[in-house]
Design a protein around this ligand. Structure first.
Ligand SMILES: [Mn+2]
Length: 351
């Protein structure tokens, strides 16, 4: 596996120089942030980003994310032009040496939380999700959720949601299939591996369908275009927010098939209903057995990219919720420690 770390570009308060000093981190996961969704990323912009990252001694082989335009999810006539643009972005990324592209197919709302600074007993803060709070939101009155993308004006959001009124689960699947049939052959030929991120949290919200939530959804997704370029970002924290998802079994099945290209590792404390909050990465701090998850990757001979996912805010740090330096660095070191322990124990068992 290759340990990586997400970086939000020059405006990120966490610097590349900071990241380089985390033991065992070899690469950066980033994106081009100043191109409108749906337009092709110019090759020169990608090349400059790569040069900046490499000048700090870090590799740049994973994009998170190339966003998918809402018209593609809605299946509108404009989608063919937008899919052609997306395909060209993939060719441009391949030309610059990128290997894996993370994306998601969540309608309108990307990740959703009801608190970005839930206080934990140790004084740290973490992101949290309360089912009741979300279920009680009346969209006609606008959305007041922390971290909600304010780029939509209230009228625009209303119009967009009206368009989704006709999009049920099966229609969304059909639109995802259409998208994948357009881009996966291009990705295959260019040497890019696509890696869909599961829905976060893995449940329908505000009446909008969500289709990447569990084992059966992942299997169906891979079958839509059954080739290695059509793969997964397996996010332990997103899928783990549904207590019925067995993350170890998912890693065994899908890494075993060579279809996990990117692993997000984080822990969550979750209840049966689906309320959860994020925790430190350590197994004892949340509901997931991180050692068993890392072991499953090791035993599948996983050679893809791993990154610590969201961290808590600790030691007085402020910044982008979930994406501070300190707790994510602890997560990277913890995961590397698990990996080394498992690898060495396995060598001893063989000798
Ligand atoms: Mn994730």
């Amino acid at each position: 596996m290759k340990m990586t770390f997400r970086w939000y570009g020059d405006k990120d308060p966490v610097t590349l120089a900071n990241i380089r000093q985390i033991p065992g981190v070899v690469g950066i996961v980033s994106a081009v942030y100043d191109i409108p969704v749906g337009e092709t990323w110019p090759i020169e912009t990608i090349r400059q980003l790569k040069a900046t990252i490499e000048s700090h001694g870090l590799a740049f082989e994973v994009i998170e994310s190339v966003p998918v335009h809402e018209d593609i999810k809605l299946g509108k006539p404009t989608r063919d032009r937008l899919i052609a643009n997306y395909a060209q972005t993939l060719r441009n990324l391949a030309a610059c040496g990128l290997k894996v592209v993370c994306y998601n197919f969540m309608p309108v709302f990307d990740w959703t939380r009801t608190s970005l600074e839930m206080k934990l007993p140790d004084g740290s803060t973490a992101l949290a999700f309360d089912v009741d709070v979300v279920d009680k939101i009346d969209l006609s009155k606008g959305i007041d959720l922390p971290g909600w993308d304010t780029s939509y004006k209230p009228g625009e959001l209303k119009a967009l949601l009206a368009e989704y009124a006709t999009i049920d689960t099966e229609t969304l699947w059909a639109n995802l299939a259409y998208f994948l049939k357009g881009i996966i052959p291009v990705a295959s030929e260019a040497g890019i591996k696509m890696a869909i991120h599961p829905d976060d949290p893995p449940r329908p919200i505000f009446g909008l369908p969500r289709i990447v939530k569990n084992r059966d959804d992942l299997a169906r997704l891979l079958d839509l275009v059954d080739t290695p370029a059509n793969g997964l970002t397996l996010c332990s924290g997103s899928l783990g927010a549904d207590a019925h998802n067995d993350i170890v079994a998912l890693v065994r099945e899908f890494a075993g098939r060579g279809r996990i290209h990117f692993a997000h590792l984080r822990n969550v404390k979750v209840n049966e209903r689906g309320d959860f909050h994020e925790t430190a990465h350590r197994s004892a701090d949340g509901s997931l057995d991180m050692a068993a998850i890392v072991r499953a990757y090791f035993e599948a001979n996983f050679e893809g990219y791993i990154r610590p996912d969201h961290g808590r805010m600790i030691w007085g740090e402020t910044g982008k919720p979930g994406y501070g330096l300190y707790d994510r660095a602890l997560g990277a070191v913890y995961i590397n420690g698990l990996w080394e322990g498992i690898a060495k124990a396995s060598k001893e068992a063989l000798s």
